[in-house]
Design a protein around this ligand. Structure first.
Ligand code: ADP
Length: 267
C-alpha cells in the first residue's frame, strides 16, 4: 500500500484539509502484469501461425508448387492458418470493444426456449460427429429481454466446445432451469473433462488445458473469455463443473423476472 498526502492550505496559511490517496500497489502491479502477459500471449498466438505459413510458403517457392500431390496440401495449411489468424484478430477486436465498454446491447424480447432450440437445431443439422443431443427444456415460453446476437455467440461457443471435446457416440444435454429471479442454462458433455483446479481458469484469456490440441481444433483460447464478458453484460454469471475423463457442464445464469399470470382473479 502506498499513501499520497496533499495538504489543502488557504492563502492565510491555515491548513483546512488533508487529502489522503491510498494506492493499492499490488492491485496496480497485478493489472500491469496481466497486461504484459496478455501482449506476450497475443504476440505468441500470432507468431505461431505466421511461422508455420512462412515455412510452407518457403517450401512451395523452393519447388513444391510443381508437385501436384504436395502443393494443394501446403496451400491448404497456409489457408487454415490464415483463417485462424483472422478469427483470432476478430476475437481480440471483440474483447477490446467489450473492455472499453464501446458497445451497446441491442435487446429484444424473445422466448428464450424457442431461441435456444433454434441454435441447438442448427448444430444438430450441421454436426459432423455422431453425438446425441438431449433437450431438457421447459415446455412453456420464457419471455426475456436479451441481445440475441451476443447470446447466440455465447451458446455457439459453448456448444462448439462441447462437440470439440466429445467422444464419438457421446451425448450432449441441454437444460434450462427456471428459478425465482433467474434462469440457469446448462450444456453438459461426456467429453475429456478438465483437470481439477483448472476448471475456473477456462474463462481466462488464452487459457487452454491443452494448447496444441486446441490449436489443432482451430481454437483461439478466447471463446469462453468472450462468452464471460457477454453473459456479464447481461448481468448474468458463467461457470463450469467438470470431472476429468467424464465430462463437463457449462452453466450460465440470466436475470429473469417471472411474469405472474394472475388469471381472472381481478375480474
Ligand atoms: P478454445 O478456442 O481453446 O476452445 P475456449 O476459450 O473456448 O478456447 O476454451 C478454453 C479451454 O477450456 C479449451 O482450450 C479447453 O481446454 C477447455 N474447455 C472448454 N470447454 C470444454 C469442454 N466442453 N470440455 C473440455 N474442455 C473444455
Amino acid at each position: 500500500l502506498r499513501a499520497n498526502f496533499s495538504v489543502i492550505q488557504k492563502e492565510t496559511g491555515f491548513v483546512n484539509g488533508l487529502i489522503t490517496v491510498l494506492h493499492d500497489v499490488t492491485e496496480q502491479e497485478k493489472i500491469e502484469m496481466e497486461r504484459r502477459e496478455f501482449v506476450a500471449n497475443v504476440s505468441h498466438e500470432l507468431r505461431t501461425p505466421l511461422t508455420t505459413m512462412r515455412s510452407y510458403l518457403e517450401a512451395l517457392s523452393d519447388g513444391a508448387w510443381q508437385d501436384k500431390d504436395i502443393a494443394p496440401n501446403f496451400l491448404n495449411v497456409a489457408q487454415n492458418e490464415t483463417e485462424r489468424m483472422i478469427r483470432l484478430v476478430n476475437d481480440l477486436l471483440q474483447l477490446s470493444k467489450m473492455d472499453s465498454k464501446d458497445y451497446k446491447l441491442s435487446k429484444e424480447w424473445v422466448d428464450f426456449v424457442v431461441f435456444f432450440n433454434r441454435i441447438i437445431d442448427r448444430f444438430e443439422l450441421t454436426k459432423e460427429q455422431t453425438v446425441d443431443f438431449e433437450r431438457k427444456l421447459p415446455d412453456k415460453p420464457i419471455l426475456m429481454e436479451i441481445d440475441p446476437d451476443k447470446l447466440t455467440q455465447v451458446i455457439d461457443n459453448v456448444i462448439s466446445n462441447a462437440l470439440k471435446y466429445s467422444p464419438e457416440g457421446g451425448k450432449v444435454t441441454f437444460r434450462i432451469k427456471e428459478q425465482e429471479d433467474q434462469i440457469i442454462v446448462s450444456i453438459t458433455d461426456q467429453g475429456v473433462g478438465i483437470p481439477k483446479g483448472n476448471v475456473n481458469k477456462i474463462f481466462g484469456r488464452f487459457y487452454r488445458v491443452d494448447k496444441a490440441r486446441s490449436r489443432k481444433l482451430g481454437g483461439t483460447g478466447l471463446g469462453l473469455a468472450i462468452a464471460k464478458e457477454m453473459v456479464e453484460a447481461h448481468d448474468g454469471h458463467i461457470w463450469a463443473r467438470s470431472i476429468e475423463g467424464k465430462g463437463t457442464t457449462i452453466f450460465f445464469s440470466l436475470p429473469y423476472e417471472k411474469y405472474e399470470d394472475e388469471g381472472d382473479d381481478w375480474n
